[in-house]
Design a protein around this ligand. Structure first.
Ligand code: HEC
Ligand code: HEC
Length: 156
């Protein structure tokens, strides 16, 4: 009786968790971003999907935009707040947002390492690529959330 009740309660909790997880949570595409995100966070690199980092990582990234990986990516207060709120709403959802990777880099997370196990450090440094963070160098349609392995082209 007791264990059956516990089981029922667990199933109910699980069901509500599943219902709460948005369809995009485990995808590489993420939710459709507002224009402000694509414009302000997609001008120097891919506007990274928010579900690829946990909320705490996004928070640190947004709190340090004046010293952003060697760049100044500062925004006016209103725009910063708008993007921050969006990232705190949609970040941290799905299986790739469970760990806080070093330097809050998607490219330092375990899943990224596994998926790119066959790409050498030297390849990532090629002139046409420069960095693992330059997703679109190899995944041409990354901005559309397309990372299909049969469409990967590594520039020479
Ligand atoms: C002025 C250019 C610029 C703008 C604007 C910019 N970034 Fe960046 N961002 C960079 C650079 C440079 C790096 C480091 C890339 C590298 O290591 O190759 C970076 C790296 C990142 C990384 C880590 C990538 C990784 O996994 O290695 C995240 C996350 C990130 N940016 C988020 C944002 C967000 C969110 C915004 C908008 C608020 C933003 N960026 C706007 C220049 C910019
Ligand atoms: C040097 C080229 C290169 C760069 C830069 C690169 N990737 Fe990849 N990516 C690859 C290769 C090669 C594979 C593995 C394809 C295979 O398994 O056949 C891959 C696989 C993936 C996969 C797995 C796709 C699948 O169907 O399993 C994802 C997701 C992905 N990359 C995301 C990213 C993201 C996000 C970035 C930028 C933060 C990035 N990649 C940067 C080359 C690159």
């Amino acid at each position: 009786m007791h264990s059956r009740l516990t089981h029922l309660m667990r199933s109910a909790a699980l069901a509500s968790l599943l219902a709460a997880a948005p369809a995009w949570a485990d995808s590489y595409k993420g939710p459709t971003p507002p224009a402000v995100y694509t414009q302000e966070c997609g001008s120097c690199h891919l506007a990274f999907p928010p579900n690829l980092l946990p909320k705490a990582s996004w928070q640190r990234v947004m709190n340090g935009l004046d010293k952003h990986y060697g760049s100044d990516a500062s925004l006016d207060a209103a725009t910063q707040k708008q993007i921050d709120t969006w990232l705190q709403t949609h970040g941290g959802q799905g299986k790739r947002a469970l760990e806080e990777p070093p330097q809050d880099r998607i490219t330092r997370s375990a899943w990224f390492g596994r998926k790119h196990r066959e790409v050498s450090a030297a390849t990532f440094k090629r002139a046409a690529i420069k960095s693992p963070a330059n997703c679109t160098a190899c995944h041409r349609d990354a901005a559309q959330g397309d990372f299909e392995d049969d469409r990967v082209r590594i520039p020479k």
